[in-house]
Design a protein around this ligand. Structure first.
Ligand SMILES: [Cu+2]
Length: 504
């Protein structure tokens, strides 16, 4: 689907009547816009020698070349962003979308950026992380007058450093960023750089947080800390596109943080290194392996790895309330509380009251609770095996052997090899090792794994025949090598991983 109005089209039509009719704006490139929330295919301008980035649920802003200068036109304006199917919000963005389009150039490029303000208040654009003349730094009041509504300003500088940067207003900043006014900037190295690897896939996204009352459509702009929507490119799970790669690809993910808190970004199934920040490439001697890296406020992190394990691997913020939807606040802890006794009384006062949370909150993932209009559930999403119970900053790295080079399309759910999926076990079990002095918990009435262990004869301590008849019919017999073995006598009951034991 063609979602963009490319400048290539505008260039070809420069002498067409439409351009004449717009003579008042003849000096300005036509502003390209985008409202579709799908990830646009990477944009490779003719003659480009770099591998372009894919902006998750976003796009790259086309430029026009004018006497050796790359000209961009950003329009700051109110936009409607679909955060996930079922929720649309009023934000401020650039060129039809929040965040704005990614600006993608090459080290040494001369760039000219026209910024038109169609917001109801003044603004400016700060080019976060760039080397530039002080007067191009975009701090309203300090380095330039603010851009008043209706005005167009021009910024011009040379993209001197390769790396990942951001752009955002430096005028009424708290309000304008709380409304989603921001974007990413990628400068590719002009030549082979000793600290910048060639990658097969290059993804980027920007983290933003919003506070939108359930049932409403516009962020509360005076919020300082208590945000309830944790977004990547102003999208939340399950509205965030997956990162689809070919097995063996070297993958780079560039992440900027313009929220008001840090986000420990965690990738499953692979180790990565941080190869760059908004300060530039990290020398290889200063890198170390991680599976989680913190992206603090106002920072950019580039992570890189070889995607050598097939599967659907979670990529998410490790703050668990950041992988939840907007209903996450003000839910009392009810674990272990039997609400049945008071339910009648509560429902007399609050007829819609639903008892929940007494066994944890996973019920929320499956429950179809009545929600205010335009509000996403707190925990949502469904995988091949059931509800995912996620929201917010969560997506998938999909690694597939059969993914074609350069093909970014979603390959669908992973089809794991037979026998490689965790499954219910109803055979004999080793006695669980317990902390000394803790009383055994009463088995939950609905827990199929409730154990009936007596004595210490591990070989025969399995559930009774009754257990097997209750839920053993569909049990999968594991391969012989996977059969649990009794701990060897004489070994300590708590073992360190170094012993090679598999008691977890
Ligand atoms: Cu987070």
């Amino acid at each position: 689907m063609q979602r963009r109005q490319f400048f290539s089209g505008a260039l070809a039509g420069a002498v067409a009547s439409a351009a004449v009719a717009r003579s008042a704006l003849a000096a300005l490139p036509e502003p390209a816009t985008q409202t579709d929330a799908d990830s646009a295919a990477p944009w490779r301008p003719e003659g480009a020698t770099y591998n372009p980035v894919l902006t998750l649920n976003g796009w790259t802003l086309p430029w026009r070349m004018n006497a050796g200068v790359k000209e961009f036109h950003l329009v700051a304006e109110p936009v409607v962003r679909e955060m996930a199917p079922g929720m649309k919000v009023n934000l401020w963005g650039y060129n039809g979308q929040s965040p704005g389009p990614t600006i993608e150039v090459v080290e040494g490029d001369r760039v000219r950026l026209f910024v038109t303000n169609r917001l109801p208040e003044h603004t400016s654009v700060h080019w976060h992380g760039q080397r530039l003349p002080n007067g191009m730094d975009g701090v309203a009041g300090l380095t330039q007058p603010a851009i008043q509504p209706g005005q167009t300003f021009v910024y011009e500088f040379t993209a001197r450093r390769p790396g990942t940067f951001m752009y955002h207003p430096h005028a009424d900043e708290m309000v304008q960023m709380a409304m989603g006014l921001m974007g990413l900037w990628v400068t590719h190295p002009r030549q082979r750089h000793p600290h910048i690897a060639k990658v097969d896939r290059d993804f980027c996204f920007l983290m933003a947080a919003y506070n939108i009352e359930p049932g409403s459509m516009t962020p509360q702009v005076s919020t300082m800390l208590d945000f309830n929507l944790w977004t990547w490119n102003s999208r939340v799970f399950p509205g965030i596109d997956s990162l689809n790669v070919r097995q063996g690809d070297r993958v780079r993910i560039r992440v900027g943080n313009l929220t008001m808190t840090n986000h420990p970004l965690h990738l499953h199934g692979h180790e990565f290194t941080v190869t760059g920040t908004d300060g530039g490439p990290v020398p290889p001697s200063a890198r170390w392996p991680e599976v989680t890296t913190d992206v603090a406020v106002g920072q950019v992190r580039q992570i890189e790895f070889v995607a050598d394990e097939e599967g659907d691997w979670s990529l998410h913020c490790h703050k668990s309330h950041h992988t939840m939807g907007p209903m996450g606040h003000a839910v009392p802890t009810m674990i272990g509380v039997d609400q049945r006794a008071v339910l009648d009384k509560i429902q007399k006062l609050v007829p819609d009251y639903m008892p929940m949370g007494d066994r944890g909150m996973a019920d929320m993932g499956a429950m179809r609770m009545p929600l205010p209009e335009n509000t996403l559930p707190m925990m949502t999403g469904t995988g091949p095996y059931g509800p995912l119970e996620m929201g917010g900053m969560f997506s998938l790295l999909k690694v597939r052997r059969g993914q074609k080079p350069g093909d970014y399309s979603d390959p669908g759910p992973f089809n794991p090899p037979v026998g490689s999926v965790a499954r219910e076990w109803t055979g004999p079990l080793p006695e669980p090792v317990r902390a000394k002095g803790s009383p055994p918990a009463a088995p939950a009435a609905n827990a199929p794994g409730a154990m009936h262990h007596h004595g210490h004869d591990h070989g025969q301590a399995a559930g009774t025949a009754g257990d097997h008849s209750a839920h053993g019919a569909q049990a999968i017999e594991p391969p012989a090598s996977a059969a649990p073995t009794a701990p060897e006598p004489g070994l300590p009951s708590v073992r360190k991983p170094a012993t090679g034991s598999h008691v977890h």
